[in-house]
Design a protein around this ligand. Structure first.
Ligand code: MF3
Ligand code: CO
Length: 290
């Protein structure tokens, strides 16, 4: 990184002098780095213009999931959900980010019961009474990425599955409390893991959240089994997802060998996940997509 002079134009593009803009901000980051913390590079700190672009992308993602919420029910196939997502996204000028992403064949991930994530929509998969399903949507608009997912309970769902879905949602609130500038991602990770464990659940270790905005998956990788005071420092302008996968039984998972995507719990017990996309602000956070 080139060291700017105090009177140089700030790296953020504001047009202001560095000393009047991100000088103190960078000093804080450099201090943390000297203390041995992981810190974000400048390209992970979004400008106001980029944040506005991400917000507009996120508005589509939210609308698409709202549409799914209104229409999802027993008897619907996951292929139909895929079609809704494709149509609702493109009608609003967006592109579904999963489509052709590293070869993913569909516009959305649909993960039912013991499927942890990355379920592939299929015309032969019919939602039935008692299922729980995660619908994970991601949108590209003008090059800006958004990503969020929600759980849906189909018809009469058992009390124990309902509880899992509820606690997985509460994990986001617990995590959000820890999202503030100059804190650490591990503060959030530990809070979420502690909360899930207190309810007798486990958190998937190998798959986590991610930075997002100019790419689908940016640095940092975000763990929800991390420890307070560790992992990357959170600074204003960072955008990342909170998306812990909460398992009723073991935390262990495996990948479907045939399709190379779908992740399932090792013990076949249910898993639940909600995902939001957040921006770190000067005094806390803003939820961009849910
Ligand atoms: N939406 C997922 C996430 O939260 C990524 C899915 S990648 C895909 O990161 F290719 F499977 F869509
Ligand atoms: Co994500």
């Amino acid at each position: 990184m080139i060291k700017l002079g105090r009177n140089d134009a700030c790296w953020c593009g504001s047009g202001q002098k560095y000393k009047k803009c991100h000088y103190n901000f960078d000093s804080k980051i450099e201090q943390a780095e000297r203390e041995g913390h992981e810190v974000p590079t400048h390209d992970l700190i979004k400008t106001p213009e980029q944040i506005e672009g991400i917000r507009k992308s996120a508005a589509i993602n939210i609308a698409v999931l709202d549409y799914v919420a209104e229409h999802i029910k027993a008897g619907v196939t996951t292929e139909e959900i895929d079609r809704w997502v494709y149509e609702q996204t493109t009608q609003r000028g967006g592109i579904p980010a999963p489509l052709n992403y590293e070869g993913f064949p569909k516009s959305v991930c649909t993960s039912i019961n013991e499927e942890v994530c990355h379920g592939i929509p299929d015309k032969n998969i019919v939602l039935k009474d008692g299922d729980i399903i995660n619908v994970d949507c991601s949108t590209i608009l003008n090059g800006y990425f958004s990503d969020s997912s929600r759980m849906f309970c189909i018809g009469e769902v058992s009390e124990e599955k309902k509880k899992l879905v509820q606690v997985a949602k509460e994990c986001l609130d617990v995590g959000l409390k820890e999202v503030k500038p100059w804190g650490f991602l591990g503060d959030m990770g530990q809070a979420i893991n502690d909360y899930a464990m207190a309810h007798g659940y486990t958190i998937v270790r190998q798959i986590g959240g991610h930075g997002i905005g100019l790419e689908f998956h940016e640095e940092p990788w975000v763990s929800y089994v991390s420890k307070r005071g560790t992992e990357m420092m959170m600074v204003p302008g960072m955008v990342f997802t909170i998306e812990p996968m909460v398992n009723m039984g073991t935390a262990d998972i495996y990948e479907d060998e045939d399709n190379g995507w779908t992740i399932r719990t090792e013990d076949g017990k249910p898993s639940a996940q909600w995902e939001i996309q957040v921006l770190v602000t000067e005094d806390g956070y803003e939820i961009l997509a849910y």
